[in-house]
Each structure stands twice: as structure tokens, then as C-alpha cells.
Design a protein around this ligand. Structure first.
Ligand code: CP
Ligand code: NVA
Length: 307
């Protein structure tokens, strides 16, 4: 049995594989929009393991697997043995003998890495404290749909150096674009956790408006990610000046788009004027989780398909 291909971090795929996936996602999306059935994963089973809450990730993986002809099983920490201390390695052995592909949303990245090391089937990271690769896959697909190739473009990240920020930085190295990162003091990027070759695709800013100057995409995320709720009050104070507003969008290129992975807090990390305004593409961004993850699951299970 050959080793399965996993998707645990953005850098697990090459630029060529992303080019294939973006084209494949476009083809799958068009077919879906024409109501044409497409069942390449007939009889395959996806297991989805959630140790944190989700709306979009669960919905897009579950609906996506059904649309590809397979079925999806939802497990969470509360009502499975996962929450009662069964070793990750044992769970991986068992779950991967009964399914064809597994998606995991959990806390430390190390958990998905350990799960994958014992799995007979592909593992997809559905969000960890460190990374959210499926979301950036959707975000870049959305940028390409809206504005064309991302290579050579500049993204402004305003806010916390969290799982989304880390994944943007990995993506910039793989796909050759720039990320301007504006974080409050004490919340800077920790490159030692990112496993990147260098830092030349990232520029750090203390002023968020300066970070947005002339960029092609402005993006942000919640100030407090899941698992860090105890820091909420301290973060509200530290991030008060890191709310993406009309002044930041005005500093960006006129054709710049705004993205947010959602859920959003209007009046905290972004104003209602921006997220509900004409430059925002957040609803396409959310929908595209479905299409890119269908392409990803097909690729991990069947490899490249030539139509
Ligand atoms: N963006 C995202 O992953 O959303 P959910 O937490 O709802 O899955
Ligand atoms: N950074 C956020 C993303 C939620 C989709 C979190 O981890 O909670």
C-alpha cells in the first residue's frame, strides 16, 4: 500500500499542484452551477473530526462529499472517545481502516501530524491553532476568479498573527506573492513555527494603514481565535487600532478586494462599511470553500484527472 498524500499545511502541495487544483476547482464549480451530477468519489467515505466549532468547514466538506457521490460522517470530541483520552494514534488506526479520507479540526498542529503518521488514508487539516490551509486555498481561488493570477501581487494582513496569517505567509512562499503583516506589539509573527525557507515574501508593519498602501487584497480575522478565549479582554484592548476600515481600504489599490474567512465581528476587526461594502468578496470566498475542497478531495484520492 503506497503512502497516502495528506494536506496538513499549505506547503504540502507544490505550485504546479495548486495550478492544477485551481483549474480543477473552476471546472467542478461550473459543473455544479449547471446542475450536472459528478460522482468521482462514489461509495467513498469522509470522516470529519471536530474538536472546535464550525459552520462553513462542516457544511462545505459534508455537502462537497455528497455532491461527489460519497458520504460524510461527523464526529466531535463531546460524544466520541476522542474527548475521553483515546490516544490520537489509536484513533487514527481505527478511523482510517473504516474510511477513505479524514478531515480534522483541532488544537495543536502536532495532533494532525501524529494522526496522519498513523493513517492509511489522506488527512486534511480543517483548522489547527497554527494553520488553516483549506481557507487560504479558497481565498486564493477567489482572488484568481476576481482579479487573475496572484503571483507578484501584495496582500495586507491586518490583525492577529494567527492560523490564517501563518497560512497566508506559507502560501506567499509557495505561490510567489508578498504579504504585508500589521500586528500590534506583542502579537508579531513567530517564523520559527512556520517551516518556511525564508522571510522575503513578508514585510512587517507597525502601522496598519502603511501595510495597506498600494496592496491588491486586504484581509483580517477575529482578534481572538478559538482556544484563546481567556485572552479576549486583553486582546480587545491590544487590537483596538487594528480594525479594517474605510481609511485602510482607501490606502489600498482602487481595485483591491477585502476578504475575511468568517465568522466576523463587525466593529472589532472590520467595520460594517468594509465587510458589507463593494470591495468585499466574503460571500464568494465562503462559497468557494465548497468548490476548492471538492477539487482537493478528488486530487488526494484519485490524483490528477484529465477531462
Ligand atoms: N472560515 C471557517 O473555517 O469557518 P467555520 O469556523 O464556520 O468552519
Ligand atoms: N482564526 C480563527 C478562524 C476561524 C475560522 C480561529 O481559529 O478561531
Amino acid at each position: 500500500m503506497s503512502a497516502p498524500r495528506h494536506y496538513l499545511q499549505f506547503k504540502d502541495l507544490t505550485r504546479g499542484e495548486y495550478e492544477y487544483l485551481f483549474e480543477r476547482a473552476r471546472w467542478i464549480k461550473e459543473k455544479f452551477k449547471r446542475y450536472e451530477p459528478y460522482h468521482p468519489l462514489f461509495d467513498r467515505t469522509l470522516v470529519m473530526i471536530f474538536e472546535k466549532a464550525s459552520t462553513r468547514t462542516r457544511l462545505s466538506f459534508e455537502a462537497g462529499m455528497h455532491q461527489l457521490g460519497g458520504s460524510a460522517i461527523y464526529l466531535n470530541t463531546r460524544d466520541s472517545q476522542l474527548g475521553r483520552g483515546e490516544p490520537v494514534e489509536d484513533a487514527a488506526q481505527v478511523i482510517s481502516r473504516m474510511s477513505d479520507i479524514v478531515m480534522i479540526r483541532t488544537f495543536e498542529q502536532e495532533i494532525v501530524e501524529r494522526f496522519a503518521a498513523q493513517s492509511r488514508v489522506p488527512i486534511i487539516n480543517g483548522l489547527t491553532n497554527e494553520f488553516h490551509p483549506c481557507q487560504i486555498l479558497a481565498d486564493i481561488f477567489t482572488f484568481i476568479e476576481q482579479r487573475g493570477c496572484i503571483q507578484g501581487k501584495t496582500v495586507a494582513w491586518v490583525g492577529d498573527s494567527n492560523n490564517m496569517c501563518n497560512t497566508w505567509l506559507q502560501a506567499a512562499e509557495v505561490l510567489d506573492f508578498q504579504v504585508n503583516v500589521a500586528t500590534p506589539p506583542g502579537y508579531e509573527v513567530d517564523f520559527s513555527r512556520l517551516g518556511m525557507r525564508g522571510t522575503e515574501h513578508c514585510r512587517a508593519f507597525s502601522d496598519p494603514i502603511a501595510a495597506c498602501a498600494g496592496v491588491d487584497l486586504v484581509t483580517t480575522d477575529v482578534w481572538t481565535s478559538m482556544g484563546f478565549e481567556a485572552e479576549n479582554e486583553a486582546r480587545k484592548q491590544a487590537f483596538a487600532d487594528w480594525c479594517v476600515d474605510a481609511d485602510m481600504m482607501a490606502a489600498a489599490r482602487p481595485e483591491a478586494v477585502f476578504m475575511h474567512c468568517l465568522p466576523a465581528h463587525r466593529g472589532e476587526e472590520v467595520t460594517a462599511e468594509v465587510i458589507d461594502g463593494p470591495q468585499s468578496v466574503v460571500w464568494d470566498e465562503a462559497e468557494n470553500r465548497l468548490h476548492v475542497q471538492k477539487a482537493l478531495m478528488e486530487f488526494l484520492l484519485l490524483g490528477r484527472i484529465d477531462n
